[in-house]
Design a protein around this ligand. Structure first.
Ligand SMILES: [Zn+2]
Length: 405
């Protein structure tokens, strides 16, 4: 076996263990500031021996669409996962998109496992585990439910013992550290050919780049990556999306409550604002991000409505479905008649009454828009013949397997 084709792209068989790391919410400045502060000596050491690119993630710049893009090497128009949540027009219900039944293609990980590679996946939150491990033979578990793994379900019997850490809280930096501790132990013990490690953005939602907690998080990441490097792995680090403050100068959130506005214009039954950031873990962002889709019912001219929404202060871009799906590579059956992207400092909400902001104990930081599209794409080996192209975070496996020397 020397190469595999997955979703139309060719991947070379790895000559040494490959570890792709998705650091949730890793705005490039988190790494830049930590390196400048001397908190990330391993990353600093890549200057001259590694590869340092900036890539674009998928919009909506949310966790699930981007993690699935990275492991399939394809945009949501191919794999189908366009958010955490969508409005199923046939079922007439808003449904979670974290069930693998919504995934339309196989993953690079599953294809390599089928071809005989040893593959391991460790993710922070359990919401991603079933999608990332869909039809994959190998090891796949979440830090969140590391106490409940079984060899039959997860390919491993003792994840807590493997990581050498107690079960972390779902809202903690330790949930991400657990992923790396387990990944290092797996590389030592099992030496998988391919490994995918995916963290959670709990720290990034609360702490800006360059702050003490953010630099401590990057320092932790840096220590584990140095260990993986020392064990001989090819490492590619990227992110699912960036992260920005979504507040005014006093730390108050800038929110466009779009459903309230549309209700005022057209009445409460005429439109449906869907926020695809909505998920069961809303404490750190209050279900507020910079992306929404709007379903229009009952004879409303969607394009005219779009122009009116685009004039609302804080709104950056409004596109009708077809144009939005072309530009952002989205599946047309899983977005509304309009997509709405807010500007960097603003988020889009539904109705004021539907958002519980009592859990926000720090000024709102969030993502979802084009303002959070730039992410790092960094490797610990040089790429001497790198093609000049728009790099995407879902080129991570292409970079790791095909481009690095
Ligand atoms: Zn994320």
């Amino acid at each position: 076996m020397n190469a595999l084709t997955v979703n139309g792209r060719i991947y070379r068989w790895p000559e040494r263990p490959v570890v792709v790391v998705c650091v949730d919410g890793c705005e490039p400045d988190y790494l830049n500031q930590a390196i400048a502060a001397g908190s990330a000596p391993w990353m600093a050491s890549l200057d001259g021996r590694g590869t340092c690119l900036t890539a674009d993630c998928v919009v909506p710049s949310f966790t699930n669409p981007n993690n699935l893009s990275i492991v399939t090497g394809a945009p949501p128009s191919v794999h189908g996962i366009a958010g955490n949540y969508f409005y199923d027009t046939e079922a007439r219900a808003e449904v979670m998109m974290n069930d693998p039944k919504y995934l339309r293609v196989g993953t690079i990980l599953a294809a390599f496992a089928d071809a005989g590679a040893r593959v391991a996946v460790v993710t922070a939150k359990d919401k991603l585990r079933a999608l990332l491990g869909h039809r994959m033979t190998g090891i796949c578990f979440s830090a969140e439910k590391a106490d409940r793994v079984t060899p039959a379900d997860n390919g491993i019997g003792d994840a807590l013992g493997l990581a050498g850490m107690p079960l972390p809280s779902v809202y903690s930096a330790e949930l991400s550290e657990f992923v790396f501790a387990a990944g290092c132990a797996l590389l030592e013990r099992e030496r998988p050919d391919l490994m995918y490690l995916s963290t959670t953005d709990y720290v990034q939602h609360k702490h800006a780049p360059g702050t003490p907690v953010a630099n401590a998080f990057t320092a932790m990441l840096d220590r584990y990556l140095a260990r993986l490097d020392g064990l001989g792995a090819t490492i590619v680090l990227t992110a699912d999306h960036g992260m920005n403050a979504k507040t005014d100068a006093f730390g108050h959130p800038n929110i466009v409550f779009l459903q309230d506005i549309l209700d005022e214009w057209h009445g409460p039954e005429a439109t449906r604002v869907v926020l695809p950031i909505t998920d069961p873990y809303v404490v750190h962002h209050g279900a507020l991000g910079s992306f929404a889709t709007v379903h229009v019912v009952g004879g409303i001219d969607a394009e005219a409505l779009g122009r009116r929404i685009a004039a609302v202060p804080g709104i950056d871009t409004v596109l009708p479905r077809a144009e939005a799906c072309r530009r952002f590579e989205l599946p047309p059956d899983r977005v509304g008649d309009l997509i709405v992207v807010s500007e960097r400092l603003t988020v889009v909400g539904s109705r004021r009454s539907r958002h519980d902001l009592s859990g926000l104990d720090a000024p709102l930081r969030s993502h979802g828009g084009t303002s959070e599209q730039q992410v790092p794409l960094i490797a610990n080996r040089p790429a001497p013949n790198l093609p000049a192209r728009r790099w995407r975070n879902f080129d991570a496996f292409d970079l790791a397997l095909n481009q690095l020397s």
